[in-house]
Ligand binder design. Sequence first.
Ligand SMILES: [Ca+2]
Length: 172
Amino acid sequence: MAATNSAYGGIRGLDNGTLSGGDGTGTAQFALDSHRLALVKQARDLTGNLLPEGADVDSDSEIYFILIVENPTAAPAPDIQLHDPLAIDQFQYISNSLEMTVLPVGSTDLWNSPWSPVTDAVGSESPDDVASVVIEEEVSRITFGAMAGQENASFDLERGQRVALRFRVRVE
Ligand SMILES: [Ca+2]
């Protein structure tokens, strides 16, 4: 979505020319581009095969969930935040299985890219890294980025990059 915005006054006392005509039609127009970054969630088996949507999975089997966000824009996307609540009666989070990777948009082999471990912990006084898992009575909350209530380190996604977070669950 792009919108051309007009500034209707000088900025900090600087006459930027926008007041000609008094309607913002002066020379100092600027454009604001805002993009909603798409979030993709995948389910894969333990060897990385993509499970089709609605696929049956056996009780007690383990699968991966992968959350992927791409920034195809020409500007960095600051402060990416993801929240994936898992109902415990459906999926049991496998402890210490969080991993992340960052790679260029369009690269095809996500599964075999280098994944780095991320801890389940939130951190005691300050975040220990960019993601964490908090197990509650009915929900496992997997979060990424500086989310209110479960603050991890913040994460900025550079332009043209894609970040993915993966973890294992056991199907109940
Ligand atoms: Ca952590």
